[in-house]
Design a protein around this ligand. Structure first.
Ligand code: TRP
Length: 463
């Protein structure tokens, strides 16, 4: 790694992405996932649409992009797992090694998120099977009955711990398999072809929703016409949390991916590209889903089942629906997988580089831990449905604690670390921005806007 005057502090020679594009694809693969296609529509439905979406977009621009830059730069400079990257940089800057807590809290968040993410990834997998077998077409003779029948498919799945566990296991096994193969062979190839395909299919679905339901205007109005009377502080917290979730921030993921980033690739450009692509995918998903919701008299705020009910209804009635339905859920599985591998990567990188465990064993061990925790999510939909903590079942509780608390807090630590702990000279060097307007803007945002924004949202929610 003897390139450039700026000495990377890493002592661990490891793989690198093969190009700028490869990093952008991998980071986009991480960012674009169930968060965009499954979670964004259902929380937008729950929190009333337009105003929520607007807050979410502001969070992406003002908090998400600057923190993504901070995480990637910390990763590239440290060149190791999130935990050690932060530690080694703190050491180099003459600051306390206690900052590594930012790395630990990220990895812990990733662990918990992946456990329930994999359960939902399992839903996407089994929906591939439903689509292939024509399950969405059962009620086509009587369109009015379609939504009832299709809701039944989803509730039937949730009621069966054996089914959920089976598909959670398959999804986790696929994730471990890809991660075990390594950064280039496993991660890069998987995302390079599948992301563009998902994008094209979503555009097709939006077109179909527009033509077949005639409700595209209502759908778009729901997404884009803000009604601030519906906006609560709770909604702002969820929007903030989702900005972290959808951009894969606050969990060490972008630090880990940054550690594989070759030098002389613009971190700012890459981060902005990834964030824009991620946002477009989420909005497309919303535009494909809400017209169907309104055309079929469904409730936008039904929660996690939203896409697993609306899209099958659309597929059940559209020409070539079995084909498009299958294709869609296959691509959703891949989008979920490219995110899941990114959630496993920081742990594996840590075990591999600092515990001297080989990659395959590390992936298997971390995967087994995540899988076990996932069983709690599986049970929260059936046997333990009534187990409530703070009024939430375990699945919702994990989601709340990780997305709305752990990710923003870890992000806050990363912002403070990059803005206040690291010297101006080092962040400037790593971002390769010199004393430009761009650097100044980033520095002001990361020092003041981001920490203050996150703090305000938290304080209001506490009170
Ligand atoms: N961003 C992914 C999605 O939207 C999920 C994800 C991958 C994630 N890595 C993450 C979420 C790290 C939080 C932190 O589906």
């Amino acid at each position: 790694m003897a390139n450039s005057a700026s000495t990377p502090v890493s002592v661990y020679p490891h793989e690198h992405w093969s190009s700028r594009l490869a990093f952008v694809f991998a980071a986009t693969g991480s960012a674009v996932g169930l968060g965009n296609v499954w979670k964004f529509p259902y929380i937008t439905g729950q929190y009333g649409g337009g105003a929520f979406v607007l807050v979410y977009l502001v969070c992406i621009a003002l908090i998400g992009i600057p923190i993504m830059m901070a995480e990637v730069l910390v990763g590239r400079r440290g060149g190791q797992s999130p935990i050690h990257s932060v530690r080694v940089i703190a050491h180099q800057e003459g600051k306390s090694s206690g900052w590594q807590i930012a790395g630990w809290s990220g990895v812990l968040g990733a662990f918990v998120i992946l456990s329930s993410y994999s359960v939902v990834g399992g839903w996407a997998l089994v929906y591939v099977w439903y689509a292939v077998s024509g399950a969405f077409h059962v009620a086509v003779a009587d369109p009015a009955q379609a939504s009832v029948a299709i809701k039944g498919i989803f509730s039937g799945l949730k009621a069966s711990p054996a089914q959920l566990l089976l598909w959670h296991t398959v999804f986790m096994a696929m994730t471990v398999f890809i991660v075990a193969r390594g950064v280039k062979a496993g991660l890069e190839t998987a995302v390079t072809y599948l992301m563009p395909a998902l994008f094209v299919l979503l555009v097709l679905l939006v077109g179909y929703a527009a033509v077949s339901t005639g409700k595209i205007v209502e759908g778009a109005a729901f997404l884009f016409r803000p009604d601030f009377s519906k906006l609560t502080w709770d909604a702002v917290l969820v929007a903030l949390g989702h900005a972290f979730f959808t951009l894969s921030l606050g969990a060490g993921v972008m630090v880990a991916y940054g550690s594989y980033l070759p030098r002389h690739i613009s971190i700012a450009r890459a981060s902005i590209t990834v964030s824009i692509l991620d946002t477009i995918v989420a909005l497309l998903a919303g535009l494909a889903i809400f017209p169907v919701v309104f055309a079929h008299g469904l409730e936008p705020g039904t929660g996690p089942g939203l896409i697993f009910v609306t899209l099958p209804i659309a597929f059940g009635q559209m020409p070539l629906g079995a084909f498009f339905g299958t294709l869609f859920f296959v691509l959703l599985v891949f989008a979920a997988l490219s995110s899941a591998i990114s959630l496993l990567e920081p742990m594996v990188e840590y075990f591999q580089e600092h515990r001297g465990i080989n990659r395959v064993t590390a992936a298997l061990g971390a995967g087994a831990g995540v899988w076990s925790l996932g069983i709690l999510s599986v049970l929260s939909f059936n046997h333990w449905e009534e187990v409530k903590v703070f009024g939430k079942n375990l699945f919702d509780l994990f989601d709340f604690i990780t997305a709305n608390i752990m990710l923003p807090l870890t992000g806050l630590l990363m912002a403070v670390f990059a803005g206040w702990v690291m010297s101006r000279a080092s962040t400037q060097e790593e971002l390769e921005l010199d004393e430009s307007l761009g650097y100044w803007l980033w520095h002001v945002i990361i020092r003041y806007v981001t920490p203050v924004g996150v703090a305000i949202v938290f304080l209001y929610n506490l009170i």
